[in-house]
Design a protein around this ligand. Structure first.
Ligand code: CA
Length: 339
């Protein structure tokens, strides 16, 4: 086992050890191995599956799923890729980690059951922190410095459902933003979104962008499962992303995306009730300002008038709360503006 690099840092080395050489040519299937002593396994380890496919010289792409453990398009598409991708088909290197927050993925939950860690709010992590912090630190100090292109496949998870879109961020460096936007377009999801991240602190996205990488994320479906359609979008997008990176020599698949804008907070409806949710618009359906998006019923009484939530701008319904019950503070609906 060997660490891919010795990062210049005052921090102690990562306790995470790859079980395969990440720089070896050919194909390797192994783990990121993290010691974790628990009631169930005294001298145990957490083993995060990974595959590295490498051939010749060329860029490196890092592909991840299950940054949030209840999102499944990434894990499915990346397990398929790990079984199928042949070294002779590529120039460069592809690092495939189907379940980045592996303990959360094993539990079918957004955050880790070990430390409640939300992988996308915990960067840069710590080598001497909690399990989730240790995994984040390994990505921050050992993996990100080694790679050129980063694709992190998200979906809505158990509590949200989205139109399938790829996303890039509005960045201070316009040249880097242009590179990220080009990679987002190459992914060719049915929809694409350029986001100004309001809550960027601790995100994997931010960690990758801060060190100058080409970063693309997605929201594909949701509801805590994956569909035939959304898995197909993920597979096609990965294929196109690797072609765009210059790693895979093949023909891109799919067509142009519809660009969506989420200009301000009017896009997001937040619940102020606890109750039974009736969505009044289907995902992707047109919405006009003032139109009722959802009703929330106080199910503790009959004969009570429901609270209505209306659109604050014209657009389409791009995201919705997924479970049938909703709480105060939950996101009910996301309206986006097509251009
Ligand atoms: Ca997510």
């Amino acid at each position: 086992m060997n660490q891919p690099t010795s990062p210049p840092s005052e921090l102690p080395p990562s306790p995470v050890m790859p079980t395969i050489d990440l720089s070896a040519p050919g194909i390797g299937h192994g783990y990121l191995r993290l010691p974790h002593s628990s009631n169930e396994s005294a001298w145990g380890v957490i083993q995060i599956p990974l595959t590295v496919v490498a051939n010749g010289s060329g860029p490196t792409a890092l592909l991840t799923g299950a940054n949030h453990g209840d999102e499944y398009e990434g894990p499915i598409a990346l397990h398929k890729l790990a079984s199928r991708l042949r070294p002779e088909r590529i120039q460069g290197r592809v690092i495939i980690i189907p379940a980045m927050n592996y303990p959360a993925f094993r539990a079918g939950s957004r955050c880790s059951p070990i430390d409640q860690g939300n992988m996308n709010r915990i960067f840069p992590g710590r080598p001497d922190g909690s399990v989730t912090e240790k995994i984040a630190d390994f990505f921050q100090r050992y993996l990100l410095p080694e790679v050129d292109y980063v694709l992190d496949i998200h979906a809505g998870g158990k509590t949200l459902e989205f139109l399938p879109f790829a996303a890039a961020h509005i960045l201070p460096d316009s040249a880097q933003q242009a590179r990220c936007e080009a990679a987002m377009r190459a992914f060719a999801a049915p929809y694409q979104v350029l986001l100004l991240e309001m809550d960027a602190m601790g995100m994997y996205d931010t960690a990758a962008e801060m060190v100058g990488k080409v970063f693309v994320s997605t929201e594909l479906g949701g509801g805590g499962s994956a569909s035939c359609s959304t898995v197909g979008i993920a597979e096609r997008g990965i294929h196109n992303f690797l072609i765009h990176a210059g790693i895979l020599d093949d023909t891109p698949k799919g067509s142009d995306s519809i660009t969506l804008h989420m200009p301000d907070t009017r896009c997001y409806s937040i619940s102020e009730q606890h109750g039974l949710l009736e969505m009044c618009v289907g995902l992707g359906g047109p919405v006009t300002k003032g139109q009722v998006l959802a009703r929330i019923y106080d199910y503790t009484h009959t004969g009570v008038v429901p609270t209505e939530y209306s659109a604050e701008l014209d657009g389409i319904l791009a995201g919705r709360h997924f479970p049938g019950l909703i709480h105060n503070g939950d996101c009910i609906a996301v309206v986006a503006v097509p251009t």
